[in-house]
Design a binder for this molecule. Structure first.
Ligand code: ADP
Ligand code: MG
Length: 239
């Protein structure tokens, strides 16, 4: 459902953020994207969602090429960006209405969906307040809800757990599991190895714009004589 092929990206003609990367995420899979700061995770996700263009290479989302069929590709995506500080003057409810309008979700359908999710994340009462008054965690939660308003099959989540309280992190992980059980795809970045360990069917490890590993964590541990995942990760990414 997500396919990225031979993508290279250079910023300002000097910083090679991604060097010929390729991988895919199938329906039914939760894939974790792991790598140190500055390794290219956010850049990859922005290219997958069509926010920035690669220098070369190809992205296919839910069967649609992001370059040739951007609207259909983007309609298939639920994206959580790495920074939730947007539209802060809007009330939470207004922001969700705006997103519902953009994706043309019928009013009754969007209300039902957003009310259910707000309840799950304990955000119902806050929806009437401007988002400028929200804590980081509350902003993160409203971004999760906004990403799901149009019921997208493909989820691309950039560090989605950051700032979430334990219950909300648990709820989000449950949602990710349920989503893939229905045959959809989840691709998310994380620093937290324990989260990846518990949640992912597969991981893609990136460093300096290169994919170092793409496979299951079990296989990675077997290849490394059953060392702890943390040690393997440190060795891989420190070289
Ligand atoms: N807008 C930008 N302009 C110039 N360099 C950038 C920009 N965004 C990211 N970079 C650089 O690209 C590399 C990858 O960054 P990023 O994709 O944000 O990594 P990650 O999300 O893994 O921390 C880093 O060297 C970063 O400094
Ligand atoms: Mg990032």
């Amino acid at each position: 459902m997500i396919k990225i092929e031979n993508v290279t990206k250079t910023y300002n003609k000097t910083v090679r953020a991604l060097d010929n990367i390729s991988f895919s995420v199938d329906g039914g899979e939760i894939v974790g994207f792991i790598g140190p700061n500055g390794s290219g995770k956010t850049t990859t996700m922005k290219i997958l969602t069509g926010i920035i263009k690669p220098d070369s290479g190809k992205v296919i989302i839910n069967g649609f090429n992001i370059k040739d069929d951007p609207i259909k590709a983007k309609q298939s995506i639920g994206y959580i960006a790495d920074n939730p500080d947007i539209f802060l003057r809007l009330k939470g409810s207004e922001f969700l209405e705006l997103i519902g309008d953009i994706y043309k979700v019928p009013t009754d359908v969007r209300r039902k969906r957003t009310e259910g999710l707000a309840e799950k994340f304990g955000l119902t009462e806050a929806l009437g307040s401007p988002m400028i008054s929200y804590s980081h965690g509350m902003r993160q939660k409203i971004m999760v809800i906004a990403a799901l308003v149009h019921k997208p099959p493909v989820w691309i989540l950039d560090e989605p757990m950051i700032g979430l309280d334990p219950k909300s992190a648990f709820e989000l992980k449950q949602l990710m599991r349920e989503h893939t059980k229905e045959g959809n795809a989840v691709f998310f970045s994380t620093h937290v190895l324990e989260v990846a360990e518990k949640l992912c069917d597969r991981v893609v490890i990136i460093k300096n714009g290169h994919i170092l590993y793409n496979g299951t964590l079990d296989e990675l541990e077997k290849q490394n004589k059953n060392e702890s995942l943390e040690n393997i990760f440190l060795e891989l990414t420190e070289k």
